[in-house]
Design a protein around this ligand. Structure first.
Ligand code: 5GP
Ligand code: ZN
Length: 114
């Protein structure tokens, strides 16, 4: 989608610090990290949010989660733990409408979120 910020990161029209890529998934450092590890994981195909994932494409979400788990291992935060956030829609605070999972770790986090 030509107007989408994260689609432009996929096509390299906007630079990002990419940490992992395959045919389906891209992972890159968040531009404004909220924790020592803050990586965004997205499908290469454009979907605005979880609410827009069509029936039959749920496996893509599982692939992204297993990628996040592997990156957490690579970053050495499996033992200390990490949080995966999937903001969906206005009340969640979603700002970029290309579905993305936040992988956050490297410090203790509070609950509930604000
Ligand atoms: P949301 O609030 O939609 O769940 O999260 C959007 C995230 O995208 C934010 O954490 C924000 O810092 C990040 N972000 C926004 N613009 C850019 C950008 O141009 N590059 C990168 N790498 N991250 C971005
Ligand atoms: Zn997009």
């Amino acid at each position: 989608m030509s107007s989408c910020l994260f689609c432009k990161i996929i096509t390299r029209d906007i630079p990002a610090r990419i940490v992992y890529e395959d045919d389906d998934v891209l992972a890159f450092e968040d531009i404004s990290p909220k924790a020592p590890v803050h990586i965004l994981l997205i499908p290469k195909e454009h979907f605005a949010s979880l609410s827009e994932i069509p029936a039959g494409r749920e496996a893509l979400m599982g692939k992204i989660l297993s990628t996040a788990r592997r990156i957490a291992g690579d970053r050495g935060i499996t033992g200390t733990g990490y949080r995966i956030v999937l903001n969906t829609g206005k009340d969640s605070g979603q700002e970029v409408f290309h579905i993305h999972f936040h992988l956050l770790g490297g410090r203790p986090m509070s609950w509930p979120p604000g």
